[in-house]
Ligand binder design. Structure first.
Ligand code: ADP
Ligand code: ADP
Ligand code: ZN
Length: 215
């Protein structure tokens, strides 16, 4: 069973690698960012609460995130493993995740820490485009769609996220450095951190991940 956490700054390639991991290992991807965006689109209470934080590039408060992840991990499709993308993002969230795992007699198999230099993240995020229907990730520079504005996978509309503008991005990177980067030490101490060089072509990053997770 694989219980994976993807760690890394915004733009490191978590979502991109998640798509590949899901296909190969057949485990569900749990992206807290995707869940919040779906709630904003659906006009839910949670979406309304999360939106103002996301627009500024701040983290959504822990208490809005933790219960949501606990509920998601309780669903049947997580029984044989899962991959968390974008959670935990604070030491508090990591401690809560440890408790959830303990309650289930489970553990986190690997934390994949995808590293990319800060200077490259900003260009990656500025070029990011996402499918509104299926969530597939593209990049106008490094991974364009075959037809402009149309998702290769599902034919949906491809758009730029509201928070993928240069002002917000800089704040998101500094929020990452102050609130999320301490998790590198947290999981190094726990003994399950694997560092992945994210500054390579996407398929090379993925083959390094497969080396860590096993065929
Ligand atoms: P994250 O989920 O960590 O924020 P994404 O997977 O959405 O990151 O990637 C951010 C942007 O960078 C996307 O536009 C994606 O297509 C692009 N990208 C991802 N991995 C690479 C890579 N190895 N090389 C170049 N561009 C990449
Ligand atoms: P990226 O792929 O660029 O890292 P995400 O889609 O993971 O971005 O997250 C977008 C936004 O959603 C974050 O800037 C933050 O406001 C909110 N968010 C997502 N996951 C969490 C979390 N675990 N804790 C707090 N806020 C979160
Ligand atoms: Zn699509």
């Amino acid at each position: 069973m694989l219980n994976i956490v993807l760690l890394g700054p915004p733009g490191a390639g978590k979502g991109t690698q998640a798509e590949l991991i899901v296909k190969k290992y057949n485990i569900p991807q749990i992206s807290t960012g995707d869940i919040f965006r779906a709630n904003i689109k659906g006009g839910t209470e949670l979406g309304k609460k999360a939106q103002s934080y996301m627009d500024k590039g701040e983290l959504v408060p822990d208490e809005l995130v933790v219960d949501l992840v606990r509920d998601r991990l309780n669903q049947d499709d997580c029984a044989d493993g899962f991959m968390l993308d974008g959670f935990p993002r604070t030491v508090f969230q990591a401690e809560e995740l440890d408790k959830m795992m303990k309650e289930r007699n489970l553990s986190i198999t690997k934390v994949l820490n995808i590293e990319v230099e800060a200077s490259k993240l900003i260009d990656r995020i500025a070029g990011r485009r996402v499918c509104r229907s299926c969530g597939a990730t593209y990049n106008i520079n490094t991974k364009p769609t075959a037809k402009e504005g149309i998702c290769d996978v599902c034919g949906g509309e491809v758009y730029q996220r509201a928070d993928d503008n240069r002002d917000t991005v800089e704040n998101r990177i500094s929020v990452y450095n102050s609130q999320t980067a301490p998790l590198v030490e947290y999981y190094t101490k726990a003994g399950n951190l694997a560092t992945i060089n994210g500054d390579q072509p996407m398929d090379s990053v993925f083959s390094d991940i497969v080396k860590v997770l096993g065929e």
